[in-house]
Design a protein around this ligand. Structure first.
Ligand code: G3H
Ligand code: 13P
Ligand code: ZN
Length: 328
């Protein structure tokens, strides 16, 4: 059944687990997320970005996810909209049946320029008022996501985004978080604690202390009833990176957030852990490998099954690592 983010994360907080929130754009991704959840009895958060709606088309995306709910009646599913760029985007998702929306007011609608605090409060409060009136949960974002190592906001191609962010911008301020939650009534808050989007997060192998754990604790202490969300949480699996590159790919050497660091974050209040890149890498690696090893094959189902299986492996490992296995 479909449930709201508030319902799911309240349960997660009560039982001390974290929820991976996987981005999905197509049927194979939804299959892998659901098959893994069914295998370990975990609840599910599927999130769709504006890019996902553009890729699949809003009705297709909606029906694929509703199909998952129908096929797996015993698994609670939260259908969440990722990174809404303006209130209208969130309102359309609510109309479309999403049970949770993210209003990302940390950036202007171009999704590149950092916004003012007052702008962020204003747009987020607007979304909360309407969403809560119809039982939909809201995630806000405060602070600019970026690597504490490079100061880069993170871009899909590793080129770096709009220049280097200062240390201050890269960590959410606990007092500001308390004020923001008071003014916006968000159910969940994405915080900047040293992660960035995409595959190119860190240039060197992580040696612990990748995340600002102390900052997570301070924020959690100020807003204990607001669920903390960590974006940019892919671990960038080195085995899939190697497979991609040994079967014709050309990704640069790069490192992500170690699963152990995420577990540490969950211990201190992180409840929603956004993951997209890891599934992209597993899918691409599996398809490259399959096609290289089976040059005569031309039935797409064959390589798509390999892709689904690879993504399922990541999903299941995260459900188990974050403590949500057995919680459905
Ligand atoms: O935060 C961004 C997610 O990885 C979604 O990416 O906008 O390319 O669908 P997308
Ligand atoms: P990754 O790029 O680390 O997978 O993060 C995804 C994300 O935060 C989506 O909102
Ligand atoms: Zn994100």
């Amino acid at each position: 059944a479909l449930i709201s983010l508030r319902q799911l994360l309240d349960h997660a907080a009560e039982h001390g687990y974290g929820m991976p929130a996987y981005n999905a754009n197509n049927m194979e991704q939804v299959h892998s997320i659901m098959e893994a959840a069914a295998a370990v009895d975990s609840p599910v958060i599927i999130q769709a970005s504006a890019g996902a709606r553009k890729y699949a088309g809003e009705p297709f995306l909606r029906h694929i996810i509703l199909a998952a709910v129908e096929q797996y009646p015993d698994i609670p599913v939260c259908l969440h909209q990722d990174h809404g760029s303006e209130p209208a985007v969130c309102f359309r998702s609510i109309q479309s049946g999403f049970t949770s929306v993210m209003m990302d007011g940390s950036l202007m609608p171009d999704m590149k320029t950092p916004s003012s605090y007052d702008y962020n409060v204003e747009v987020t409060r607007k979304v909360s008022e309407l969403a809560h009136a119809v039982g939909v949960s809201v995630e806000g974002e405060l602070g600019c996501l970026g690597s504490l190592e490079t100061g880069m906001a993170g871009e899909e191609d590793g080129s770096g985004a709009e220049g280097v962010l200062s240390h201050d911008q890269l960590l959410t301020d606990p007092d500001e978080a308390a004020d923001f939650v008071k003014k916006t009534a968000v159910d969940a808050l994405a915080i900047a604690i040293g992660t960035s989007h995409g595959a190119y997060k860190f240039t060197r192998p992580p040696t612990g202390d990748i995340l600002a754990i102390q900052r997570i604790k301070e924020i959690h202490a100020r807003i204990p009833n607001t669920h903390l969300v960590m974006h940019g949480s892919s671990s960038v699996p080195q085995d899939w990176l190697e497979i991609i590159n040994s079967f014709g790919g050309d990704m640069g050497q790069t490192y992500g957030v170690p699963v152990e660091e995420i577990q540490e974050g969950i211990k201190h209040g992180v409840r929603k852990v956004n993951i997209d890149t890891d599934l992209r890498m597993a899918s691409t690696g599996a398809i490259r490998k399959f096609l290289a090893e089976n040059p005569k094959e031309f039935d797409p189902r064959k390589f798509l099954i390999a892709s689904t299986k690879a993504m399922k492996g990541i999903c299941q490992a995260r459900y188990e690592a974050f403590g949500c296995a057995g919680m459905a």
